[in-house]
Ligand binder design. Structure first.
Ligand SMILES: C[S@@+](CC[C@H](N)C(=O)[O-])C[C@H]1O[C@@H](n2cnc3c(N)ncnc32)[C@H](O)[C@@H]1O
Length: 315
């Protein structure tokens, strides 16, 4: 079946997202959010692939589209890095099985009930949904990838929630007056930013005094204050800048004004958690590991290992 040629009323879809913010937000926070939603709307409308993505969404919305058409429309929005999701009875097996990371988040024992949450680098919103399922009053994601934003809209068609929203933005572009949250998540972002301590300070400044940070990042082995700056790529990724050792991460957090509360165990990424699938057919973890030394990346660096930590602002 061919994809629909009609475009969606994107403005109306985004407006619905904008209206999800809780009424308890202060007037100035509300104004900042409105400005951010407006910028995000322009980004989405001006993005080159936006008409193609909108047509795929319109196909998903049409009554009577057969399963093959739904699958084809979902493929148009791919690759799907984060999941699993189900949209109109089609199961999307994404490159990352995010259930494993979420189980590690839950093991840290953070209470989300009734709290307002910010997820920086939210991807297609997989974790926003888990946060709301776990009782969050409101979960807002920030994600600059337009493709992931359209994936988020596809999952919203299936499973709309008035307690979550996504903004198409880079965290650095948000105003310092952006609203304050009870819990800020930054998972898988720290090593992608060129200025990791500024990133941590920004996260701290988005927390209420009683709030807490849940940070997940790649780390390198070592008990010293050391950091890996990849010469070119790390595990085939071009946009990796700084990977700290666990002790150095503690120092960065301290320097950014946090107090460490608890840490999970370092976890090596396995092909069970990250692998190529029909919805994400490109290279994946196994292509990024050394062919004969699986504890190293293809570049000869330590293989991807991740750590989750909880921290609160030092008062
Ligand atoms: C490795 S993925 C992690 C996604 C998800 N948080 C997770 O843990 O599975 C990093 C995400 O952060 C986003 N990202 C990268 N730089 C960012 C920035 N400066 N501000 C906000 N998001 C960013 C990317 O587009 C990508 O979706």
């Amino acid at each position: 079946m061919s994809l629909s040629s009609s475009l969606l009323d994107l403005g109306a879809l985004l407006e619905r997202s904008r209206l999800t913010a809780p009424p308890s937000l202060s007037a100035s926070a509300r104004t900042e959010l409105d400005l951010s939603f407006e910028r995000a709307r322009r980004t989405l409308e001006e993005y080159g692939d936006s008409p193609r993505f909108q047509r795929a969404l319109a196909t998903l919305l049409e009554r009577g589209t057969e399963q093959e058409g739904i699958r084809e429309a979902l493929m148009q929005l791919g690759p799907w890095r984060k999941g699993p999701h189900v949209v109109r009875q089609v199961a999307i097996d994404a490159e990352w099985d995010c259930r494993l990371k979420w189980a590690r988040v839950e093991a840290l024992g953070i209470d989300l009930e009734g709290r307002s949450l910010l997820d920086v680098g939210a991807g297609n919103g997989y974790y926003l949904r888990r946060m709301v399922e776990n009782g969050a009053a409101w979960a807002l994601g920030i994600e600059p990838s337009v493709r992931y934003f359209f994936q988020f809209l596809a999952t919203e068609l299936e499973n709309p929630s008035e307690r979550l929203a996504l903004l198409s933005e880079r965290v650095e572009n948000l105003s310092p007056n952006f609203p304050l949250f009870d819990v800020v998540f930054s998972m898988g972002v720290l090593y992608h930013v060129r200025s990791p301590i500024d990133h941590l300070v920004w996260l701290r400044n988005r927390l209420k005094r009683s709030g807490e940070l849940l940070l997940e990042t790649l780390i390198v082995p070592g008990t010293d204050n050391n950091v890996l700056v990849p010469r070119h790529r790390y595990a085939n990724m071009r946009n990796v800048w700084f990977i700290p050792s666990e002790p150095l991460l503690g120092i960065w957090l301290e320097r950014a004004g946090f107090e460490l509360m608890s840490s999970g165990e370092p976890v090596r990424t396995t092909p069970e958690e990250q692998r190529a699938t029909a919805f994400a057919p490109g290279p994946s973890l196994l292509d990024a590991l050394h062919p004969t030394r699986p504890t190293e990346t293809v570049e000869g660096y330590p293989a991807p290992t991740r750590l989750l930590v909880r921290a609160r602002p030092r008062l």
